[in-house]
Ligand binder design. Structure first.
Ligand code: 6GU
Length: 237
């Protein structure tokens, strides 16, 4: 998979060279390219923003650098891969990102993230991007960040670890929170008694059916307590 990130703060993404995603880049599974939006400006101050038409607080990102950036980064994708690129603009006004979104996006050949700052990007950029690829406005949740960079990092990590070969043991992807619509069960390791807290005895029983049943109960009980919104109905489980 190829991922391009367009941002005015490319160094935010230095952290993606660490750990599993760093390894995936070395092995060629993930081709991650972080770009500086200012490289597509032509004035001495490398200006990317301007005042909003109609007035109002803050600044708006100018369309011209975005247009040129998308031309350079996203227009050759169809010839190269046979698939239109997916162009994601992180936005608190977008659809909410979930594990299902991550699964869907992990099958794409080429994703471009356009990280907005200030009060946002000139609306015409989204229309233009839709002529090049599939445009998605995606939010991490109902709170406000200063720009799309941190949201993009989170999305790249969630998507990247679902690409086959990125997580060493694919089994570890199966039993995680949100993969089956429930929170994950609690985990324990040695010692079997720690500071007066014994490990639940069923886990030491060797009875695999009983362990599986206990873990399932724990998942349901935790989800009911912490995230009742994830359960289909109050009586369903
Ligand atoms: Cl994707 N962007 C910004 N700026 N704020 C957010 C967000 C995205 N998701 C939640 N808050």
């Amino acid at each position: 998979m190829r991922i391009d990130v367009i941002s005015i703060f490319p160094s935010y993404f230095d952290g993606l060279t660490l750990s599993l995603l760093g390894k995936a880049q070395h092995s060629g599974i993930l081709d991650l390219r972080v770009r500086d939006l200012r490289d597509w400006t032509h004035d001495r101050h490398r200006t990317v923003d301007d005042t909003p038409y109609g007035g109002g607080a803050g600044m708006v990102m100018k369309p011209e650098p975005w247009g040129e950036a998308l031309d350079d980064v996203a227009t050759s994708t169809v010839e190269a891969t046979g698939q239109r690129p997916t162009i994601i603009f992180p936005s608190p006004a977008g659809e909410v990102f979930t594990q299902a979104t991550a699964r869907d996006l992990s099958t794409r050949e080429h994703i471009v993230f356009g990280c907005g700052r200030y009060e946002g990007i000139d609306e015409r950029v989204f229309e233009y991007a839709a002529s090049i690829g599939e445009v998605r406005l995606i939010s991490l949740g109902d709170y406000v960040l200063n720009g799309g960079e941190v949201a993009t990092m989170a999305m790249i990590e969630a998507i990247g670890r679902l690409i086959p070969g990125v997580v060493g043991n694919p089994e570890s992807l199966v039993e995680e929170s949100h993969e089956d619509g429930l929170l994950e069960y609690p985990s324990y390791t040695k010692p079997s008694n720690w500071r007066d807290q014994p490990v639940p005895p069923v886990l030491l029983s060797g009875n695999h059916a009983a362990i599986a049943a206990w873990r399932r109960e724990q998942q349901i009980e935790r989800t009911r307590r912490r995230r009742p919104d994830l359960l289909p109905e109050e009586t369903a489980l």
